[in-house]
Design a protein around this ligand. Sequence first.
Ligand code: IMP
Ligand code: MG
Length: 181
Amino acid sequence: MDNKVTVDGLTFVPYLTRDEIATQVKRVAGEIREDLEGKSPLFLCVLNGAFMFAADLIREIGINDSRINFVRYASYEGTSSTGKIKEIMGLTEDIEGLDVVIVEDIVDTGLTASMMVADLKKRNPRSIMFATLLHKPESSKTGFKPDYVAFSIPPKFIIGYGLDLDGKVRNLKDIYVIKED
Ligand code: IMP
Ligand code: MG
């Protein structure tokens, strides 16, 4: 892990190591596997940020009867939420009667999450569960509570392991937090 990462003039310092991430991904995968026992779930990976978490989580859950699809929304510009959600790539597949597990990178205000769940409920799935790598409970504007959380964190801007700053640094294997001076 690098002791700092600089991107677009901002400095980030180490926050969660790849080992800590792997440990929590395993724990959450175990919880989901237990709850989905005997089912054939559909995992909905929320692009772009959740791609890395979803790849690790879904492999770790290890249900061969599960399927994977992708949706995409955007609300961020730079390091803060715009408060507006745009659906960039919606779901084309029929989810009626399915057990859906949404896989997201981070729940911040909860606006994206609550909008997504409300939208998907209209399509009559059998169940909807929400798994997120990170949750910033203090930023909540909606009271939205994810079913599975790998890490609860304070409301600071973070990058890496899929999470970006204006599209960059998603490649990092560890998670970094913005440096406060
Ligand atoms: P919400 O609708 O405010 O909950 O925002 C959720 C989305 O904002 C996430 O899917 C991320 O794409 C983005 N986001 C929120 N916090 C961060 C952060 O600390 N780093 C990078 N992206 C973030
Ligand atoms: Mg996202």
